[in-house]
Write a new protein. Structure first.
Length: 255
């Protein structure tokens, strides 16, 4: 299982490099995301056989801040520089506050999620989480919201829809036609938007509450990596937001 998870990370990087050549509008974001994925891969592997305790791994946060200064946009680099010179205890309190409140300013959220995800993914993999008949819109492990969903055939269900937690990556089955925000199931108020040349990536948008979530159909494109294909198709998010929709839970970049 652990070897499979590590291979998943390698494939995510391969997928990113493949998509970058096809999504020029997302190239800058994908370039930076590649650095984040490489950092997370290194951290995830370093946690093998060790306690996944982020408080004991604060050195990794400072390594991430250096990465953000070097490769991030000017606002990201400037904020990372500020955090680098924040007292260690205060910085830890800021991370802890994010975990408790489950929200932060966009750049802080990007940095904290990039740092915390490998720790929480390790913990979630080791935990015994009962996901059967969960059908809720909060992660059964960490309590964070899902930032995207995907459809896939499994041994247990055909064409099942799964939500994916923004923090720990836990996946759980959810009603395919239900709005993740308000629970609406009326077809006339649920819309699906996609680009004709990429039907695998869709937006499920609810006209009752005005929220949407991205939906990756793995049956249409089995090569897709949901979290990577999500970032590559940021144009869909901008299109939806221009029309008044708000994403249920933004991705790591706040889109």
């Amino acid at each position: 299982m652990k070897a499979f998870k590590q291979r998943e990370r390698e494939y995510a990087l391969e997928r990113l490099r493949s998509l970058r050549s096809r999504h020029e509008e997302a190239r800058e974001v994908l370039d930076f995301y590649e650095h984040i994925l490489l950092f997370q891969k290194e951290l995830y592997e370093a946690l093998e056989g060790k306690e996944a305790n982020w408080r004991k791994g604060m050195k990794w946060l400072y390594k991430l801040l250096d990465l953000c200064v070097q490769h991030g946009t000017q606002p990201i680099g400037e904020r990372a520089q500020e955090l680098k010179y924040t007292e260690r205890e205060l910085l830890g309190q800021a991370v802890d506050g994010f975990l408790k409140e489950k929200k932060a300013e966009p750049i802080d959220r990007l940095i904290f999620l990039s740092f915390l995800q490998p720790f929480y993914q390790r913990m979630a993999e080791e935990a015994e989480v009962n996901k059967e008949e969960w059908f809720k819109t909060r992660c059964p492990f960490c309590g964070f919201k899902p930032h995207l969903s995907y459809i896939a055939d499994t041994e247990e269900v055909e064409g099942g829809r799964f939500l994916v937690c923004i923090l720990c990556g836990t996946e759980w089955l959810y009603n395919r036609n239900r709005c993740v925000s308000c629970g609406n199931e009326e077809d006339q108020h649920i819309n699906y938007f996609y680009e004709e040349e990429n039907r695998a990536v869709q937006l499920q948008a609810c006209d009752v509450c005005g929220k949407y979530i991205k939906l990756i159909d793995m049956r249409v494109n089995g090569l897709a990596v949901p979290q990577v294909d999500d970032i590559a198709t940021l144009a869909l998010d901008l299109w939806a937001q221009e029309r008044g929709y708000t994403r249920f839970e933004p991705n790591i970049f706040g889109l």
